[in-house]
Design a binder for this molecule. Structure first.
Ligand SMILES: Nc1ncnc2c1ncn2[C@@H]1O[C@H](COP(=O)(O)OP(=O)(O)O)[C@@H](O)[C@H]1O
Ligand SMILES: Cc1ncc(C[n+]2csc(CCOP(=O)(O)OP(=O)(O)O)c2C)c(N)n1
Ligand SMILES: [Mg+2]
Length: 377
């Protein structure tokens, strides 16, 4: 990492250089929570090269909460009784879906690959995918952020913009958060959502006779991860200019864009069981099979991939089918439906058979296939 302030690299479009902003610090002992006025916000936000250590926690929190406040009301705005800025948010919905996901520097993202806005948006998508997987509609997110004192104001502003915009795209708002010091960056997003009268779709509801289906192509993020692991993101501009398939898969890895509204549509279509694919299809199949006590029989060639994944696999001498079966972080949905109930746009990949719990691909046990196992590395 060197001694450069985090996020201060030119290839991330973040301001360079550091100015003497230390004297502008909003003293955390002098300024009460309700006294963090707009002038401090503007002063700290205006100097993007200042660091968290220099401008102080309060100024950054004020920047975050003012950015939330300036968003137009989302469709779910009426659910929020008290938003960001008080001791806690107060939220008024019926049965509430809650899930949290954490992204850790160098384990879930690298500063040399991702801009701050991408990291923020990506973590929101990953967290909201779990709400969608229950059949829920994400209405709010809570952000827990840990970062080193050298993190720049500009990087934090961009992270926050990524979070606020991604939440907004989902029809959700930022309800609050936390900011603490740490040796590395950790972004944790808790999502809350509404079921709007639908029954939650669990992992345990798959029944013999169901069909298994996925909401979109798989293996795209794994292909992107393979590309950036070899080449980094420096050639991205060229790949984009040349319509090189590497540009597509790397973009999908850096910021997956599953259509999470499919979760609600699947629930409405009567999905019996559902989950999002974060650790790889085979891992999610294992979890669903054991939760439901059923055997899941998948047809390998039926698992959808986008054409770019096959092109990139050929380029790298890798196996596209393995990426689709084991690659994580696409955050598409896997669900079981009664035959005939699969929603439009979903792809049937197999069927549910009576237990005991088992997963097969083309009739063979998947014992040798594993997806992402965080503690294996
Ligand atoms: N530290 C924890 N304390 C309590 N429950 C946890 C903890 N970590 C994970 N879980 C629960 O275990 C289940 C599986 O978690 P995880 O593997 O992270 O799921 P996902 O891939 O959907 O994020 C979830 O219901 C989650 O809430
Ligand atoms: C720097 C970096 N290395 C590796 C990966 C690949 N990777 C990290 S986590 C993960 C799968 C999901 O992780 P987990 O933390 O288990 O999320 P959860 O299952 O809780 O949603 C993958 C494929 C990455 N995204 N970034
Ligand atoms: Mg998780």
């Amino acid at each position: 990492m060197g001694t450069e302030p985090l996020g201060g690299r030119p290839d991330h479009g973040v301001d360079h250089g550091r100015h003497d902003v230390g004297r502008h610090e909003v003293g955390r002992h002098e300024v009460g929570r309700h006294d963090v006025g707009r002038h401090e916000v503007d002063r700290s936000a205006a100097d993007r090269s200042g660091t968290l250590g220099e401008v102080g926690e309060r100024a950054i929190i004020a920047m975050f909460t003012s950015a939330v406040g300036h968003r137009p009301e989302s469709s779910s705005g009426s659910d929020i009784v008290i938003g960001s800025g008080d001791d806690a948010a107060v939220f008024d919905v019926g049965p509430t879906v809650i899930s949290t996901d954490t992204a850790v520097q160098d384990r879930h993202f690298r500063l040399e690959w991702s801009g701050a806005a991408q990291i923020g948006a990506r973590t929101v998508v990953q967290s909201a995918a779990d709400i969608a997987a229950m059949g829920g509609r994400t209405t709010g997110v809570v952000v827990a952020l840990a970062c080193p004192p050298q993190t720049t104001v500009g990087w934090l502003a961009d992270l926050n913009t990524g979070i606020v915009d991604a939440a907004h795209r989902l029809g959700a708002r930022v309800l609050g958060g936390d900011l603490v010091a740490a040796d590395e960056i950790v972004v944790s997003i808790t999502s809350v959502g509404a079921l709007d009268g639908l029954a939650p779709v669990t992992l345990s509801g798959a029944r013999a006779g169901d069909v298994l289906a996925v909401s979109g192509p798989l293996g795209t993020a794994a292909a992107g991860f393979a590309v950036v692991s070899r080449s980094g993101v420096a050639p991205m501009a060229r790949w984009q200019r040349d319509a090189d398939p590497r540009a597509t898969v790397v973009s999908a890895f850096l910021l997956p864009a599953p259509d999470l509204s499919q979760g609600v549509l699947a629930a409405r279509a009567g999905a019996h069981a559902m989950t999002d694919i974060s650790d790889g299809l085979v891992e999610e199949l294992r979890t669903m099979a054991s939760s439901s006590g059923v055997s899941l029989a998948v047809t390998g060639d039926a698992v959808p991939r986008c054409a770019e994944v096959d092109h990139v696999a050929a380029l790298l001498g890798a196996d596209a089918r393995t990426w689709a079966l084991t690659g994580g972080e696409d955050h598409e949905l896997l669900a079981s439906f009664a035959p005939g109930a699969v929603p439009p746009g979903w792809t049937e990949i197999g069927e549910v058979r009576p237990g005991p719990a088992r997963v097969t691909i083309d009739g063979a046990d998947i014992a040798g296939l594993s997806g992402w196992r965080a503690f294996d590395r």
